[in-house]
Design a protein around this ligand. Structure first.
Ligand code: GLU
Length: 302
């Protein structure tokens, strides 16, 4: 099968309804995939049952559909993909890049939560498995929005968890395995994950997987100046006027207003937005959510 030259994805965790910030990430990744003539996949990251909200995944998919953001191919569900994560973990263990860790949270408190070597005094029945981050590990990448980003993974993150003490898979490993298994060429997501990317690139190197391109989109901030979170159920997106709502998010992506004529129907808006989107206009800074609402129905100049 020929591989797509561009394959993007949106990968929500089903912890609540999509809020404006997650819809912005979905819209941005959809726009870039469509503009490139590529595919856009949706993956439900349901590997953390304690944080999952019943019905959230179905609600998120319904919201995407209401905004015309329709995925290509089948929806992937991470809960069904444990065998892939296990195979990757076994490889890392075999290579000596991962190890069983008996440290407790209290043990790590003394090191600011950054693990460099095991300091546990007693074995635990439920050890976590961590990635061994080499001393001096420096990972840099070029983000399409933020430019050059670099991190000293050993000092800033430390040996990070791949399999949690409670037996659940860690996001970093699952995302890397799935991005490769799904042939994702372009990771476009919120800037809250900018500091996860070096960890993911390190895993890609160690697992011999391709490193996708990255673009991290601005976060939306709530009234309190903090990032919107999915558990902020008080802030649902307005699906009664999908083109108007998306136009507000479009403006948050730094794009020039689209003429009113292009916003009359959702398909018309999505087609005009796909044609007009300019990645180099996307800002790096976080944006108050009120800006999205204010811009939703701002008249264009035509
Ligand atoms: N599941 C993550 C979230 O909802 C996003 C993962 C990703 O895009 O890599 O925040």
């Amino acid at each position: 099968m020929p591989t797509s030259p561009y394959r993007g994805r949106f990968a929500p965790s089903p912890t609540g309804p999509l809020h404006a910030g997650s819809l912005l990430a979905a819209f941005g990744s959809w726009l870039l995939a469509r503009q490139a003539g590529g595919e856009w996949r949706v993956r439900i990251e349901d590997i953390d049952p304690p944080r999952e909200v019943a019905g959230a995944a179905a609600g998120q998919l319904a919201t995407l559909a209401a905004f015309g953001l329709l995925p290509d191919g089948a929806i992937a569900y991470q809960h069904a993909r444990g065998a892939l994560y296990r195979a990757a973990l076994d490889r890392l263990l075999l290579q000596g890049d991962a190890f069983e860790c008996h440290c407790s949270r209290a043990d790590l408190a003394a090191t600011g939560g950054i693990h460099r070597r095991c300091i546990a005094t007693a074995p635990r029945p439920d050890p976590a498995i961590r990635l061994r981050v080499p001393d001096g590990c420096h990972i840099a990448f070029d983000d399409a929005v933020h430019g050059r980003v670099s991190q000293r993974v050993d000092l800033e993150v430390g040996d990070f968890v791949l399999l949690r003490a409670d037996g659940l898979w860690a996001y970093q490993l699952a995302a890397v395995v799935d991005d490769a298994a799904q042939g994702i060429t372009d990771v476009v997501r919120g800037a809250d994950l900018l500091d996860s990317t070096p960890r993911q690139i390190l895993l890609q190197h160690l697992l011999g997987l391709p490193v996708p391109r990255h673009a991290h989109l601005p976060l939306l901030l709530g009234e309190d100046g903090r990032k919107l979170s999915k558990s902020d159920a008080a802030l649902p997106v307005d699906a009664t006027d999908p083109a108007g709502t998306l136009h507000g998010l479009w403006r948050c992506l730094g794009q020039a207003p689209l003429p009113a004529a292009d916003r009359r129907t959702l398909p018309g808006f999505l087609a005009a937005a796909t044609a007009a989107f300019q990645l180099d206009r996307v800002p790096t800074r976080a944006i108050p959510r009120s800006a999205a609402m204010h811009n939703a129905n701002v008249a264009g100049d035509a």
